[in-house]
Design a binder for this molecule. Structure first.
Ligand code: ADP
Ligand code: MG
Length: 592
């Protein structure tokens, strides 16, 4: 294998030549403490940066094995190393010189959530960090000396800052891994405790601003405090710092399975609590304030999303008898309304395996949520296609086992359906179930029940591979995440603005590639959408995200993917405007 000196010589030899000369440095180089793999060299200074990996043998890196023992700790450790390498790449006051992306170094570390990601890899034998790097140019000429400084001096420094135990902040690393492990331990126990979520005492739920994901700081941030009747105590595998020294348990509010209502006056913190639960499906970094907000992994946020595409969804439990005799057992629309989109979002989430739904009145269609006695009197049921959520929320749990946590400050008709009512008052929750039930008994709603048929199953759908075309122009596969909430898939753009539990653009990128994988590998004309996404998940479990890059070669890695949940993959498939599905009918039975 050529050495660092060979790389240096090559760079000085090609100094001043056309940018294409950089192709000569593709390959692997042996540095004193690591190997540098230059996997991809960009075609010009303005193109997507080059892809590199620094792999260091564990005997050099010296990470303590407990730090990455088991899947949870390994993911946390990798996430932490990527953060350290990114910080290292931002230090040093390096002057960026040259055209285009010259001198840019990107390491795809995460935000407030800790996700399985490809930016760093830890194995018992080696550790690796993956970078995107803009090879320096003056116009379109190679800047050899700058490249040498970057690759032969800067890079070793970043690698050591991110990979060598002797240089890492060791206490912080341990605390980070232990904190994530504690969160995942709680998540794993939720089901046996019959909880859908846990919110720890002392958690800081509000954010700095509507545009920031960082915690609100200072005295105005009111720490969470569980109502006494809902308080549970959970044991933790790693002790945490309490007010009177280390403790190995934590207390907080347990939200039980069933139907939970969050009520309270406007601006008293209802939506903030729900947002924390939405994000609680992922672990958070220590200090986020929501590291003790832990939700069941299959909770899905539901909202109205008018304008979205819907393909053959059975929304008949919520909507029937549409004008012009339109089908609601296989409802399709290029421009769904608020209520039909919200109904489709619910049915699709359950189809994908959701065990709980999170709804907020702020983002729901009013007519989907309620229809009171007076409106029933004025607009006869015959002319109202909607069976409001109010009439299905109980059934969703009793028949299908799907829980709901609903923020509803505006309508007391829900009191009858709730198992638990939590009232937010000045950012403090109180348990008011008894009071709500007493009020419900005293003041009847005067409503008539409108549901026509029981809600007993969610009809599966079979996605058709031929409706997925990732090609654009001469490119066989053109898939990219333009933003957190937009995927370019071939010549289509998938709009994910209303898919609120997607938290990282690298997840979005992975979703784009996962759809392609799903269509190629799992859509055989028989597999249901549920089976298809389970296939993708099994792939992730077995091989990590490495198999996702459509340009994948064994030793090449994009280094900027993060793992999405199955619900967000399904959400993207469901929003692809070209997607076609069929429902397995009696004439063409699905696989059993
Ligand atoms: P609601 O949904 O009840 O109308 P929100 O959850 O939107 O209220 O909260 C209103 C405002 O209060 C937001 O600016 C939010 O950041 C802030 N807030 C929420 N919870 C807290 C808290 N625990 N401490 C301080 N401010 C909070
Ligand atoms: Mg609100």
């Amino acid at each position: 294998m050529p050495s660092a000196d060979d790389l240096r010589h090559t760079l000085s030899r090609i100094d001043g030549r056309g940018y294409k000369a950089y192709q000569e440095i593709r390959g692997s180089f042996e540095f004193p403490r690591f190997h540098l793999h230059v996997d991809h060299v960009q075609g010009d200074p303005f193109a997507t940066p080059s892809k590199l990996r620094v792999r260091m043998p564990m005997r050099e890196a010296g990470l303590p094995p407990q730090l990455f023992e088991g899947a949870v700790r390994r993911t946390a450790c990798e996430d932490f190393l990527a953060r350290c390498a990114r910080t290292g790449s931002q230090r040093g006051g390096r002057q960026r010189r040259g055209s285009g992306k010259s001198g840019v170094i990107e390491i795809d570390a995460g935000g407030q959530e800790v996700l399985e990601r490809t930016a760093a890899v830890v194995t018992p034998d080696w550790v690796e960090v993956r970078l995107q790097l803009g090879l320096p140019a003056d116009g379109r000429r190679v800047l050899g000396r700058e490249a040498e400084a970057l690759l032969c001096h800067e890079l070793p420094r970043i690698a050591e800052a991110g990979l060598c135990w002797s240089q890492l902040p060791q206490d912080e690393a341990r605390r980070f891994v232990e904190c994530v492990e504690n969160q995942e331990h709680i998540r794993a126990r939720l089901s046996e405790l019959e909880l859908v979520a846990f919110v720890g005492d002392g958690a800081i739920l509000p954010r700095e601003s509507g545009a920031s994901d960082r915690p609100l700081s200072g005295p105005q941030a009111v720490p969470f405090r569980s109502p006494d009747p809902l308080r549970v105590t959970l044991h933790l595998p790693n002790p945490i710092e309490g007010p009177d020294g280390p403790r190995d348990s934590i207390t907080g509010m347990g939200i039980r399975r069933g139907v939970t209502l969050i009520v309270g006056g406007g601006y008293h913190g209802k939506s903030t609590l729900l947002h924390a639960l939405e994000r609680g499906v992922y672990p958070h970094v220590p200090g986020d304030g929501r590291e003790w907000v832990v939700s069941a992994p299959a909770l899905v946020k539901i909202r109205a999303e008018d304008g979205r595409r819907v393909e053959r969804v059975d929304i008949s439990a919520f909507i029937s008898d549409l004008p012009q005799g339109r089908s609601t057992t296989a409802f399709s629309s290029n421009d769904a309304s608020g209520s039909t989109s919200q109904a489709a979002n619910i049915v699709e989430s359950i189809e994908a395996g959701a065990t709980g739904l999170l709804l907020d009145e702020d983002t729901s269609a009013t007519n989907f949520m309620v229809r009171d006695a007076r409106m029933q009197a004025l607009v006869h049921k015959e002319f109202e296609p909607i069976t409001p959520f109010l009439e299905r929320v109980r059934e969703l749990y009793d028949t299908l086992g799907v829980s709901t946590v609903l923020v509803m400050g505006g309508c007391g008709d829900y009191f009858d359906a709730a198992d638990c009512v939590i009232s937010m008052r000045e950012y403090r929750p109180c348990e008011v179930t008894g009071e709500a039930k007493r009020i419900a008994a005293e003041h009847g709603t005067g409503r008539q029940t409108e549901a026509r048929a029981p809600l007993d199953r969610i009809a599966p759908r079979i996605p058709l591979a031929e409706s997925f075309d990732p090609s654009r122009g001469r490119r066989g596969v053109a898939i990219d995440a333009r933003d957190l909430d937009r995927i370019l898939f071939g010549s289509e753009t998938i709009d994910l603005r209303c898919v609120e539990q997607l938290v990282d653009r690298s997840q979005t990128r992975a979703v784009g590639n996962a759809i392609h994988l799903a269509a190629r590998r799992f859509m055989d004309g028989h597999a249901t959408l549920r089976e298809v996404i389970e296939g993708v998940e099994a792939c992730f479990d077995e091989r990590g995200l490495d198999g996702l890059d459509p340009f994948h070669r064994p030793e090449q890695h994009p280094g900027n993917l993060a793992r999405p949940r199955r619900f967000e993959i399904a959400a993207a498939i469901n929003r692809l405007r070209s997607v076609r599905m069929r429902q397995p009918g009696p004439a063409s039975p699905g696989r059993t």
